[in-house]
Design a protein around this ligand. Structure first.
Ligand SMILES: NC(=O)c1ccc[n+]([C@@H]2O[C@H](COP(=O)([O-])OP(=O)(O)OC[C@H]3O[C@@H](n4cnc5c(N)ncnc54)[C@H](O)[C@@H]3O)[C@@H](O)[C@H]2O)c1
Length: 543
């Protein structure tokens, strides 16, 4: 057979077969990779400890069940029962030891689940121990019909194994947190940063700033807008790009490992994008945060900087600051408020969450957005000489994307005592503008721009104070609204941006497309949420 015939034959193969063949090869590769990376030395000790614990639990279960028969039921010939139980133990201890190890290994006890913390760890232990006992009882039934392990022993064995396997892990975690003896490069010092959502509008401005300041950066992003925004840093020796979803606990555990800090920018961003698919927005922006915090803490991350938004203030006639009551008016703002609450509650002596409430961003970035009011109005003014201002009397704080990125760098460099558990509004009071003023500023820079005024149901209206970030961290905006307007104008006029109305620049359209994909439809978090009852479900107000 000629090589070309072979190629044709394979290309004519049933696509399902090809797919399953591909999946098998993929799985083979993954298993080999896992075997290479498996931490044998460390894992063998843990495995030995688990075998001892499972045997202690099972022997105690037999012992307790024996006592129950002898003391409570007062059976006539206890020696016979003791002989039967001894027979069980002698015949089965190898089987239950092997089964337990196999199931614990497959559940990731010695690999991925080591980074889990809190209820995620508890859930994994619960599932693995229950599965172990069910499979043990079934294999006993199928292999040794007629000589079944007493049900009482199975139940007591399950409870004791759960208590011992779960209890030792819980005690170890408590002990380590109490005495803070977890392995860290240098407590308090940030060297390696994980940027979640680092390929977006803000992320692609932040990553080069971090690299320029000597940080090692790992980006985890689902690349809704592709990898191109970070292409110049793809081969940078201190930059690593990982494709992953913030709802995927395994991907997060892998990505978080070895990092000192997490910067969380990932999300379905903007009111209209979140309205497009509320469930997706709630999962990605809100529910994932709890898991991210648990995993980060479990892996010894000590700083977690979160991109929140001034839109949590909703509508207020008076200027607002970090102490003002928040009043989210949209699903987007509500998910931000929910994440803020989770993060504020997570503060601990060895875990420092920082919340940055950003103004509305503008300016050029390597992943452009033209669904942001300044960027969109300038592009429209430049191309059509006509802009529409909706609800012109409403206030918004504006912030250049480069300044926003710098605020994250400042928070990473600041001492923990200055930022731990703190909320900072990020922006400048001189850049609070009514939307009418914004239109006039743009018209002043782009001559012959006609302004049309109209209204919409959007009630957001907030004027924000920014004194705290300046007095505590010395942060001041360096870029003005005028400089941002000028750079966008330049990009549109020189055709660096060919068509600002295309889908790639619009988060709502991108979310619609993403929601149709497999990743958009299913989520590892949804499975966890079904198994754990207390998943946060934000109740959108005013949306
Ligand atoms: N742009 C603004 O005006 C503004 C204002 C206030 C706050 N923020 C916040 O700043 C952050 C960044 O905003 P942006 O303007 O860069 O938005 P963006 O949409 O450009 O970037 C979001 C990034 O998150 C990624 N992402 C989305 N879902 C993901 C998932 N499930 N797993 C992993 N990655 C995922 C996307 O691929 C994208 O790269 C967001 O948290 C946003 O809420 C932005």
């Amino acid at each position: 057979m000629s090589p070309s015939t072979g190629t044709n034959a394979s290309s004519l193969a049933n696509p399902a077969q090809k797919q399953s063949g591909g999946a098998a090869v993929e799985m083979g590769k993954r298993l080999r990779q896992e075997a290479r990376e498996f931490p044998w030395k460390d894992a063998l000790l843990r495995m030995a400890a688990d075998v001892v614990l499972v045997n202690v639990a099972m022997l105690s279960a037999f012992g307790l069940w024996f006592l129950f028969y002898v003391v409570v039921l007062d059976i006539p010939r206890p020696h016979d029962l003791a002989a039967i139980f001894k027979g069980f133990v002698a015949n089965y201890w190898l089987l239950w030891s092997f089964l337990a190890l196999l199931i614990f290994q497959l559940s990731g006890f010695y690999t991925r689940a080591r980074g889990y913390a809190g209820r995620y760890k508890a859930l994994v232990v619960f599932r693995a121990v229950s599965l172990f006992m069910v499979i043990f009882v079934f294999s006993d039934y199928f292999l040794f019909r007629g000589a079944l392990v007493p049900r009482g022993v199975a139940v007591i064995g399950w409870v004791l194994t759960l208590a011992l396997i779960g209890g030792t892990r819980l005690t170890k975690h408590r002990f380590l947190s109490m005495y803070r003896v977890e392995h860290r490069t240098q407590p308090g010092r940030v060297e390696k940063v994980l940027v979640l959502g680092g390929a977006g509008y803000l992320g692609s401005a932040l990553v080069p700033q971090l690299l320029a300041r000597g940080y090692t950066v790992r980006v985890l992003d689902s690349f809704l807008f592709g990898e191109a925004p970070l292409a110049p840093w793809k081969d940078h020796p201190h930059c690593e790009l990982v494709r992953g979803d913030v709802r995927d606990i395994e991907a997060i555990v892998h990505a978080v490992r070895g990092c000192d800090a997490v910067v969380h920018l990932a999300g379905i961003v903007g009111d209209s994008a979140c309205e497009e698919n509320q469930q997706l927005a709630i999962e990605v922006n809100g529910a994932a945060t709890r898991m991210l915090v648990d995993v980060a803490r479990g892996c010894g991350v000590h700083r977690f900087v979160f991109a929140s938004s001034c839109s949590v203030y909703g509508a207020s006639d008076l200027p607002v600051n970090e102490h003002s009551k928040i009043a989210p008016l949209s699903v987007y703002a509500q998910t931000k408020a929910d994440s803020e609450n989770i993060l504020l509650r997570s503060q601990a002596p060895d875990f420092h969450p920082v919340l940055l409430r950003l103004g509305t961003l503008f300016g050029m970035s390597r992943r452009m957005r033209f669904d942001l009011v300044v960027n969109l109005l300038v592009a429209r003014a430049a191309s059509a000489h006509r802009i529409t201002i909706m609800n012109g009397d409403q206030w918004r704080p504006f912030l250049h994307v480069d300044d926003a990125a710098r605020a994250f760098v400042v928070c990473l460099a600041a001492p923990s005592s200055a930022v731990s558990g703190e909320i900072f509004n990020v922006g400048s009071e001189s850049m609070n503008h009514q939307l009418d003023h914004l239109g006039e500023k743009i018209a002043a820079v782009v001559p012959e721009t006609e302004i049309e005024r109209t209204s919409s149901s959007d009630r957001r209206n907030y004027r924000v104070e920014f004194g705290k970030i300046e007095s505590r961290l010395g942060f001041r905006c360096e870029r003005t609204l005028e400089s941002g307007i000028a750079e966008i104008l330049e990009a549109v006029r020189t055709r660096a941006i060919q068509d600002f109305s295309t889908e790639e620049f619009n988060n709502q359209v991108a979310t619609r497309a993403y929601a149709q994909t497999e990743n958009g439809k299913s989520s590892p978090l949804r499975e966890l949420a079904a198994l754990t009852s207390r998943e946060a479900k934000p109740t959108p107000s005013g949306a």
